[in-house]
Design a protein around this ligand. Sequence first.
Ligand code: CTP
Length: 471
Amino acid sequence: MNLSEEINKIPIIKAITSAAEENHVEVFMVGGIVRDILLKRNRNDLDFLVIGNSLEFAEKVAKKLGISKVTKYKNFGTAHFKYGELNIEFVGARKESYNRNSRKPVVENGTFEDDIRRRDFTINAMAISLNKNSFGELIDSFNGYQDLLNKLIRTPLDPFQTFDDDPLRIMRAFRFAAQLEFDVDESILKAAKEMKERLRIVSQERITDEFIKILASPKPSIGLKLLFDTEVLEIIFPEIHNLAGVDQRQDYHHKDVFLHTLIVVDNISQVTDNVWLRFAALVHDIAKPQTKKFVEGIGWTFHGHEELGARMMKNIFHRMKLPMNKLEYVEKLIRLHLRPIALAKEEVTDSAIRRLIVQAGEDLQDLITLCRADITSKNPQKVEKYLANYEAVMKKVLEVREKDKLRAFQSPVRGEEIMRICNLKPSKKVGEIKKAIEEAILDGIIENNYEAALEYLMRIKDDYLKDDEKK
Ligand code: CTP
């Protein structure tokens, strides 16, 4: 197959081919870019394999393009520069094996074949020649093109060897399966299951990066299910692994929380690309196993799983090295995920709605998105009823918001003023008084404005200060 037409569209190709000719060096386009050209996917990361000195070659190409900043990694034989939006990387052909314990690759120079066969998957082991006599030819030593057509992830070598070189490839296989909606070859599943423990030597950052890529894919359940079936999930995210299974007692069984979670994550992924909202969907029921209780006559209950689940997040964020600035958001969504349905069921009071508005703050819409995704009933009438309930809650939210202008809620009488009026130093008491004013507004005892809040403060302050005088 000749792909000259496709690669001639890439702006830097001319500079590369002329530098290759002038310097008598062989160059190939390799890896993800070849796969993505064949899949007609857009991509900004372009990798070139150089048979010869890749660092020198990168400098020559950069010079032709008028680029002065080339980043070089001598030990790895790679050089990188940016050209507009494009990330251009040159790598020398290598025969790489990893130090089994440290994961540091031991890099040796190799031939084109050495380099290609040590790559992770057949769909990533294709190359396009940029050399004069074979310009544009696809070099496909492991039938990667056929695998692309068959939508199959396969390793060029025995998967045990491919994964031994870099155990993270186990997760990469599942990530590509989720991203491209491909199947994974049986041999990979078998090797993954047997070699899963080797993932323990891989850095948490690399593991988390792949995990998040799975969550960000169009249908994350494909990757999550593969992680589960091969028991890799038990190593990288045991709390999610533990959601699986059903208990039967008398006539009661509860639904398998893992399978339910997969549906919720896929549901939410159809309506949002926000990976942290998807993550919240993944973990929203994370404390169900710990809170599960069988109650005679009622069946299975999971009281408090939303609060415990929220509390579990801090450790998980630390352990998985997730961005701490997303912690509060995820905690909040877990903590509140049952609230809208509770409000839909009862006779809704304004104050209950106000609490939801205040506690969810700017994430209220995301919370409702999560709640809608959480409906996994197969009964269309039930689904319709639940969705209508959320509509009703949101309508009420709009009404109360309009009435109270609650968007940025806090006591209209600020802490400074409370201290001045009550003659208090900064202390817990100031916070308590402020909270009392806020509660009165939320409960609808007073209106949400300065005059009402000030008047209320004058009314309650003596009660609060009285306790202090006694001491
Ligand atoms: N590669 C590999 N083993 C790894 C990582 C990468 O063999 N553990 C090879 C593959 O040939 C891959 C190429 O290096 O195609 C580039 O790696 P990377 O940029 O991580 O992946 P891409 O395939 O380019 O995919 P994406 O950019 O979508 O992650």
